[in-house]
Design a protein around this ligand. Structure first.
Ligand SMILES: Nc1ncnc2c1ncn2[C@@H]1O[C@H](COP(=O)(O)OP(=O)(O)OP(=O)(O)O)[C@@H](O)[C@H]1O
Length: 611
């Protein structure tokens, strides 16, 4: 994990560096005390402070049971018990829920709440201000009215959470989440004035104290972490400073790393211009540079050329790494070019679904996913190949299909995708729930044709969708096989059975589904595994042909394709060499002595080994 190296540096240098920022907390406390003196001794009795108590008085005169209840709830959210409880839960969640504990983020949140409280208490020792002269709905604590502790604490906690959401997560939903969190402190402020506990200027003081705390703690923890990481990446895994360009051993074509492994130096970065913003592109550029990729060729994707100029760059030779900055469509286009060539592919997952990245268990943060992969190794994964009537042969890394999912992909509004991410697919799916069932026949590995009706056919190299939903539980990227599901819920009961079955797999994280044909598990004809009252039927094969009675919507790795009545799919075992933080279950590839035009075939784990 990158964090290991990063945290080693952080532990050595972090506390000392953080102490250097202690003067900022002292400055914050001094300024807050001076502000308190100004409010209580200089501005008191002068406009506009002469007007401010009209607000608590107006509230006191117009109190209602609803207002009392709402303000009590908001005040409770920002009470000592509320703040301590929510902070502890959030800190515990940051340490336990992610794959690696988020010490920096947990530290930022915990320290923000603690430092805000400490400064608040200090200020109230020096500044004495009486509460507003109105009936108060809460017992008045002995502390000064200036500043509002509830408001300061709510800024530190809910504002701190908003900061983490904005700085550590992706997707348009983060703005909505952060917006809701940022509404809490002003709402708490209003509730404190309503309840007669504070003057408006106390609330302003609380907002200021909380905001200043977040600024200082953000500087110490979040900005500080990036600096730690940057300086850590200046070093090899053994702490030896990395050579600058002029220190590189004169060895044409390849660099020697101090850990003895060879590292390529020419990288082609395929960038989806809408999914990979400039800021992320800059991070990718820097991280690649630090890992010795000094010769960077950047190419942008277009609708007509979803792989940009990758094919031409690879044809020119001497490409040591390809980086796909985009979603599954961009990855597919890159995989189509590099599969079978031995050129490794790394991902910067910044699309809508990013299903390959999810299935390979990459970090959600795109730059971190790249960083960890660059510190990892090369592994062979399978790719699928699909063609059909009017569908030229193309490779896929995730899934291809027809029917419901393809119509959903086709009709997802690009504007909604940009704003809501994968939620746009959900909205589109709702419009196709009542689409008619397809009549089809399916042929597996040259066997006899199986007739079926279904709403959707999905053929997958990997099987997990958003939210951990396992559409194809047996699918593994290194199995050497493709998994197929026919989805055919009938009536409300069928939909309910299918939804319950899929949801139960998310909740229980069950063992792999039985192998088709396994006497202990398969219960359908033709070696299929039938579940959820017949709503889901699973098959497994290396060659699949699906013929539809009528032309259907088709999709490949989330990209809509022309309608057609045929899908033929096969598997290329281990054909795609991927640079990953860790093995997805495949055998690590030895580094090729030279590549570019050379075909690398990988060892893949036999299918049976997984069952
Ligand atoms: N410059 C561009 N402008 C508009 N569309 C583009 C551009 N480049 C590529 N595309 C289209 O974007 C799609 C590929 O996008 P990609 O898969 O990378 O992201 P996504 O669809 O947001 O994410 P995901 O596939 O993970 O859900 C393709 O359909 C391609 O035609």
């Amino acid at each position: 994990m990158t964090g290991n190296k990063g945290s080693m540096t952080t532990e050595n240098g972090g506390p000392a560096r953080r102490l250097r920022y202690a003067w900022l907390v002292a400055a914050q406390a001094t300024l807050m005390i001076l502000l308190g003196f100004f409010v209580t001794r200089v501005a008191d009795g002068h406009w506009p402070l002469t007007l401010e108590d009209r607000l608590p008085r107006a509230f006191a005169e117009h109190r209602s049971p609803l207002g009392n209840g709402l303000s009590a709830g908001l005040s409770l959210m920002a009470s000592t018990e509320g703040i301590v409880g929510v902070t502890l839960v959030c800190v515990a969640a940051l340490l336990v829920l992610p794959r690696a504990p988020r010490w920096t983020e947990a530290g930022f949140l915990g320290a923000s709440v603690a430092v805000q409280s400490a400064v608040f208490l200090l200020v109230t020792i020096f500044v004495e201000r009486p509460r507003p002269e109105v009936p108060q709905l809460d017992g008045a604590p002995p502390t000064s009215s200036f500043p509002s502790g509830h408001v300061g604490a709510s800024v530190a906690l809910y504002g701190g959470l908003a900061t983490l959401v904005l700085s550590r997560t992706r997707g348009p939903w983060r703005y909505l989440t952060a917006g809701v969190l940022l509404l809490v402190p002003p709402a708490v402020g209003l509730s404190r004035v309503y309840r007669g506990m504070h003057h408006p200027s106390d609330v302003a003081g609380g907002l200021l104290n909380g905001g200043a705390t977040l600024l200082v703690m953000g500087l110490v923890f979040l900005y500080g972490r990036d600096r730690d990481r940057d300086s850590a990446s200046e070093r090899t895994p053994y702490g030896v400073p990395r050579g600058g360009a002029e220190e590189v051993p004169a060895q044409p074509g390849r660099l020697a790393r101090t850990d003895g492994r060879p590292t390529g130096r020419r990288v082609v970065v395929v960038r989806h211009p809408h999914n990979c913003p400039d800021e992320l592109a800059a991070q990718v550029r820097t991280r690649l540079g630090r890992h010795g990729f000094t010769d960077q060729r950047w190419t942008s994707t277009t609708v007509e050329r979803p792989g940009g100029g990758l094919a031409e760059e690879c044809a020119a030779g001497d490409v040591d790494l390809v980086v796909a900055c985009g979603g599954d469509g961009t990855v597919r286009a890159c995989a189509d070019v590099v599969a079978g060539t031995g050129i490794p592919l790394a991902l910067v997952p910044c699309g809508t679904g990013n299903l390959l990245a999810r299935n390979l268990d990459l970090p959600a943060d795109p730059a971190t996913a790249l960083e960890e992969a660059l510190d990892g190794g090369d592994f062979g994964i399978d790719v699928g190949r699909v063609e059909g009537d009017g569908l030229p042969p193309t490779r896929f890394a995730v899934m291809t299909g027809a029917g419901f999912d393809a119509a959903m992909v086709r009709d997802a509004s690009p504007a909604l995708k940009a704003r809501l991410g994968w939620v746009a697919y959900t909205l589109s799916a709702a419009r196709h729930l009542r689409d008619p069932r397809m009549r089809l026949n399916i042929r597996l590995d040259g066997g006899r044709r199986i007739r079926r009706r279904a709403r959707m056919v999905v053929i997958g190299n990997v099987g997990t969708l958003q939210g951990g939903l396992e559409l194809l539980p047996r699918a593994r990227p290194d199995s050497g096989r493709l998994e197929i599901v026919l989805f055919d819920p009938r009536g409300a009961a069928g939909w309910l059975a299918a939804a319950t079955h899929l949801a139960a797999r998310v909740v229980r994280r069950p063992a792999p589904a039985p192998t088709p044909g396994d006497p202990n598990g398969a219960n359908g004809a033709n070696g299929a595994d039938v579940v959820a009252g017949g709503s889901l039927e699973y098959f497994s094969a290396t060659r699949i042909e699906v013929r539809f009675a009528r032309a259907q919507a088709r999709e490949v790795d989330g990209d809509s394709m022309s309608e057609g009545a045929l899908l033929t799919a096969g598997i290329e075992p281990g054909a795609l060499r991927m640079r990953l933080p860790r093995a997805p279950g495949a055998t690590a590839l030895p580094h090729a002595p030279g590549h570019g035009s050379q075909t690398q075939h990988t060892q893949h784990t036999p299918h049976t080994a997984h069952h």
